[in-house]
Design a protein around this ligand. Structure first.
Ligand code: C2G
Length: 133
């Protein structure tokens, strides 16, 4: 059984997230998604609309996802890969190169981002550019 892991904020779940998770699952048999906690998002300077519990529940409901774990620090990836016997680490290619260090523990795959969609753009669209949210 091939285990795949990926990490993300997954706020305002959108088609780009879905495409990433679908392709990540297609690389193996079991997909773990580490969803960043609200506290970790503070560190990432990412302001979320949905709290962790809701972001994690939405990701867990996606049929490609087998397990959701919290991502609470930048430094947990090596132990996650070892603890969960991960074979493949996957991220969108906006992260290309950032996680190559994991290559000594598992395969590292960067997948092309889905163009023209992001949680930030969705927020801007809803705001209509007025920044009211
Ligand atoms: N993604 C994508 N296409 C988009 C938007 C996002 O393929 N149009 C991918 C990202 O590359 C990432 C995943 O979807 O692999 C989740 O994206 P975010 O929720 O924006 O994750 P991010 O805030 O980049 O957090 O330790 C890693 C971080 O937790 C990643």
């Amino acid at each position: 059984m091939k285990t795949v892991i990926t990490y993300g904020t997954y706020d305002l779940f959108h088609y780009g997230h879905l495409c990433l998770l679908k392709r990540a699952k297609a690389l193996g048999d079991y997909l773990i998604v580490a969803v960043s906690t609200d506290e970790f998002n503070e560190i990432k300077h990412k302001k979320c609309v949905y709290p962790y519990e809701e972001r994690a529940a939405i990701v867990k409901a996606i049929k490609y996802v087998d397990e959701v774990i919290p991502e609470s620090s930048w430094d947990q990836k090596v132990s996650d890969v070892l603890d969960h016997h991960v074979d493949i680490f996957v991220m969108g290619d906006d992260w290309r190169g950032d996680f190559d260090f994991l290559g000594e523990h598992c395969e590292v795959v960067y997948l092309p981002r889905t163009p023209d969609i992001s949680s930030t753009e969705i927020k801007d669209d809803i705001r209509g550019g007025k920044g009211i949210i």
